[in-house]
Design a protein around this ligand. Structure first.
Ligand code: SF4
Ligand code: SF4
Length: 206
């Protein structure tokens, strides 16, 4: 019958509308911001920078390679590479971003920056209510505002963060094993005797 689809749709709408007064399952709206919908682990909105250890600056994983800046479709990442190097969380010298800003009023939450980062230094956050009445830079976040600990990353995306931690632990174990093997090989190498220059009989070489 022509129009039966419309009637079915109206009936379903009416069922949900009146049903919402008697059944909580049919009440799909909540009293935001007092009430919040529980987030799933795959929730994502804007990127943040991950740091290891207690200090955000010392532990920053980002080495300012600028790959994310180049790949970001709306070009909302701004990076300036440091002229010097700083020790990373394990004391190895690394370059770092002297400036790292993201304009989240432009960011479209595509996650491409996360996908292309070779250092697992940038990840997607779950915070969404970031609106502000500051029109001049209120949504331009700097590296300090963007930096969040690895513990925070583990809390919001436990499965993904555990996989990253396991990968880092494997890489560290491989590097340690290689360093030990090299030290052992050096210790076992035969000592080459120092050549003694022949002296002419009865006096010094002329
Ligand atoms: S999520 Fe997408 S738009 Fe946002 S900063 Fe990353 S690459 Fe750019
Ligand atoms: S976040 Fe990753 S891709 Fe972007 S500059 Fe830092 S290390 Fe490079």
């Amino acid at each position: 019958m022509i129009g039966s689809g419309i009637l079915k749709g109206l009936a379903e709408t009416a069922r949900n509308f009146f049903g919402s007064y008697v059944s909580k399952d049919r009440l799909t709206t909540i009293q935001y911001p007092e009430e919040r919908v529980a987030q799933i682990e795959a929730t994502r909105d804007f990127p943040f920078l991950v740091y290891d250890g207690p200090d955000w600056h010392d532990g920053m994983r980002c080495v300012a390679c600028q790959i994310c800046e180049k790949e970001c479709p709306p070009k909302c990442i701004f990076i300036e590479k440091s002229k010097d190097k700083k020790p990373d969380a394990v004391g190895k010298p690394q370059a770092y971003p002297a400036v790292f800003n993201i304009d989240i009023s432009v960011c479209m939450s595509c996650q491409i920056c996360v996908e292309v980062c070779p250092f697992d230094a940038i990840k997607m956050d779950v915070k969404y209510d970031l609106s502000t009445d500051d029109r001049f830079g209120g949504l331009l976040l700097d590296k300090k505002q963007l930096s969040k600990s690895n513990q925070y990353y583990n809390a919001i995306h436990p499965t993904e963060a555990a996989a990253v931690d396991a990968h880092f632990a494997e890489e560290r174990a491989k590097a340690e094993a290689k360093a030990k093997a090299e030290a052992k090989a050096r210790a076992a190498a035969p000592v080459t005797p120092t050549p003694i220059l022949a002296q002419p009989v009865g006096g010094e070489a002329k």
